[in-house]
Design a protein around this ligand. Sequence first.
Ligand SMILES: [Zn+2]
Length: 487
Amino acid sequence: MMNSRLYGTTFAIALFALAAGACATEAPSTSAPEAGFENALQARLQLQPNLNKAKNVILFIGDGMGLSTVTAARIFTGQSAGQQGEEHVLPFEYFPNVALVKTYNTNQQVSDSAGTATAMHSGIKTRAGVIAIGPEVERQDCKASLAKQLPSLADLAEERGLATGLVSTARVTHATPATLYAHSPERNWENDSQLPPQAVADGCRDIARQLVDYTVGDGIDVILGGGRREFVGTALGGKRKQASADLIKDWLKQSPQRHFVTNNEELQALPAHGQVIGLFADSHMSYILERNEDSGEPSLPDMTRKAIELLSQNDEGFFLMVEGGRIDHGHHQGQAGLALREAQDFAQAVQTALASTNTSETLIVVTADHSHVFTIAGYPTRGNPILGLVVSNDDAGNAMTEPAKARDGLPYTTLGYHNGPGAMLKREGTPTHGPQAVQLAAIPTWAETHAGEDVPLYANGPRAHMFGGVIDQELIFHLIKHAYGWN
Ligand SMILES: [Zn+2]
């Protein structure tokens, strides 16, 4: 009883601190109340909207981080810290304002990341597969796309003299970050060897080229993630047509204040002033669970902390987008452990942002672009290992000692997918489980797919109270504009 009252107090203090616009404190690592509801109730009753204008906005996008992923990541994180897990609270779950977001594309019931990122960054719902191009244009139609380019939050921020940044564990030319600085009727045109000759003739440029040539304001100030191969030619181990091409050199030449880094040590040693491109992997950065300790790759919290430090030098404020890009990829492989470990780091990056900013002037929005066909199933007992086999309760409600059996007499994992590679696993003996296992799935597809239900959004800081209800994804852009007072 003492413990749960103590946890309740800690929870309420954290909620008060966030809601009242005070400097964010370290979110408690202890669990939330189960019996001590009084403090949580008082915190809700005393919520006041933060009516300040946002000086800074940080938009966190967990790629594919649907609601089931958030719940499983919460349990996974709690269990990693030795708790039962279900009672754990992720840093953004202390935020007082939550909305549900409709994610469909104009031409797809279940969306892709290019269309959804365009909606969030440019305020217009559009087709799947296009980067900051209006919905009238067919995918891959270069000529038509040139007349329908949509300005992004990065463009608007740069035009107003703010600092801008993008951080991702995926390639920086991948769909979500690309919608901030590029316009392309095809998300896969990341380097010039992927551009069809007709698109070149019609005047389209590849996405990496557009990042290097981006000239709104003084350009994107902080660019951190993977994807070095998109910027250099084959002689340098890259994918560009011209063997000796080096777009990074082209970017560095444009100003003496620009820096290029390739590992965490160089990143952390950067001077406080200037602009930076950090590319830490040829393609996507490696999964945390598969990361070689010598790779020198920074974590998402490392990148987030440094990005905020650099962007905060601008007195006008900043816009920063942080993507947990590989949650999505772990799910596509049907490997929930990979996805949940990425989601755990993503949540830690939110905590880093809270600790590095002041909630009276910085709006933090945490959401996903779309969900996955990922589910938490069976009737596992309280505290059952989230990556393990279902162990149920007996008739008295106490945990059994053996895994539960399906109708075929075989045990099954708590986590599973509606489709994906897991459907090809033979239902013989004990299914594999643990951090890098492929979870069971119903329908055999090459890759597990996105899902069409709404995703959650969590907001804290100036004007965060505007985020609520069931909203269309493009409204996120317009609400951020209002929070900055750009109207
Ligand atoms: Zn995906």
